[in-house]
Design a protein around this ligand. Structure first.
Ligand SMILES: NC(=O)c1ccc[n+]([C@@H]2O[C@H](COP(=O)([O-])OP(=O)(O)OC[C@H]3O[C@@H](n4cnc5c(N)ncnc54)[C@H](OP(=O)(O)O)[C@@H]3O)[C@@H](O)[C@H]2O)c1
Length: 310
């Protein structure tokens, strides 16, 4: 967050974690280099804690993530969200943004915080409602400019009107970079005719969301980051957890790794432009996820995982 006062983040110091400068560790997201394993904040609150304890836990987790070298956070005003399968809950608006600000402001210079606008309690926001949602993110994150705003769509044919509004806000300096989420290739093309797109965020995992293979490839050709959500939880979606899969577990066992790590390693194998943003409320899972970059899947592993299509 370049518009904030700078503080110093410690380098990653997990003994076998992501080594500084390791090939394929970073991706250039607009004008900022981010580590390819970031942190999604949708699950930040967990389900087991309440009130102040929940906040303190989340603050500590975010600080630990940054201490370990995470410099790409994904958030939204409507996070955390543990709605019923496939549904977003709007019961705790601004919670994640407030916790991020409390935990990390003044923000490290290299930190990129991606937000998303579009969903509201009443469905997709109207284009004229977007400026207020962006202003809300600016206020709750405590910044003058948002690093990256994803337009999160739901069942629209044309995204031009919505994206045009965000491009105007970008021109006013409220947004540094734009992305799109839950989109098809046609949407991406439509958006790029209006303003540059640095990221596409769609569902994608081992054996799940493979309809997005095409857009993932298009992003690679265009130098746009593909940032999958549900990379771990896959078909379990909002319900969370990592689904049982004998194939994934077998590969994990051979590598002395966990199924979650294999899913993340596979995610990273899909292209250098693919960024992971696993969500967790657990310090152990956070640390485990960050070490997934150390796993090198063999051609046989990759072939077996690639063959699992939904
Ligand atoms: N653009 C969109 O429409 C959209 C939609 C959904 C999500 N997102 C973004 O994408 C991020 C990732 O998606 P997500 O959080 O919904 O799902 P996810 O990252 O695929 O999976 C999260 C689930 O996996 C569990 N988990 C995490 N690490 C684990 C590990 N090492 N071992 C076992 N279980 C583990 C978490 O539980 P624990 O808490 O117990 O670890 C949680 O239940 C979100 O945080 C959010 O930032 C975007």
């Amino acid at each position: 967050m370049q518009n904030s006062q700078v503080n110093t983040s410690l380098p990653l110091n997990l003994s076998s974690g992501i080594a500084e400068g390791k090939p394929g560790e970073f991706w250039q997201l607009g004008d900022r280099a981010v580590r390819r394993i970031g942190f999604g904040t949708k699950r930040l609150a967990g389900r087991d804690l309440d009130g102040a304890d929940r906040q303190e836990h989340a603050v500590a987790l975010l600080r630990r993530a940054v201490e370990l070298g995470v410099n790409h956070l994904d958030t939204a005003a409507f996070y955390p969200s543990h709605g019923a399968a496939g549904r977003t809950s709007f019961d705790s608006l601004d919670w994640a943004n407030d916790v991020i600000r409390r935990a990390l402001a003044p923000y490290p210079e290299d930190l990129v915080i991606a937000t998303k606008v579009g969903p509201t309690r009443d469905g997709l926001a109207r284009p004229d409602e977007l400026p207020a949602l962006v202003e809300r993110d600016l206020r709750t994150l405590g910044v003058d400019t948002l690093d990256l705003v994803n337009l999160r769509l739901h069942r629209v044919e044309s995204i031009a009107e919505h994206f045009g509004v965000l491009a105007e806000l970008q021109a006013k300096g409220m947004i540094r970079h734009l992305g799109v989420s839950n989109v098809r290739v046609e949407h991406l093309q439509e958006a790029r005719e209006i303003a540059p797109v640095v990221a596409v965020q769609n569902r994608y995992s081992v054996g799940f969301g493979r309809v997005n293979d095409e857009i993932l490839g298009v992003c690679g050709e265009l130098g746009i980051a593909f940032v999958p959500f549900f990379a771990l939880t896959a078909e379990s979606r909002e319900a969370g957890g990592v689904p049982e899969s004998a194939a994934v577990q077998g590969i994990a066992d051979r590598h002395g790794a966990t199924a979650a790590q294999v899913r993340l390693a596979w995610t990273l194998s899909r292209g250098e432009h693919v960024l992971a943003i696993p969500g967790t409320s657990s310090r152990r899972h956070l640390e485990e996820n960050l070490m997934a970059g150390d796993i090198t899947l063999s051609p046989d592993d990759l072939a077996a995982l690639d063959a699992l299509v939904d």
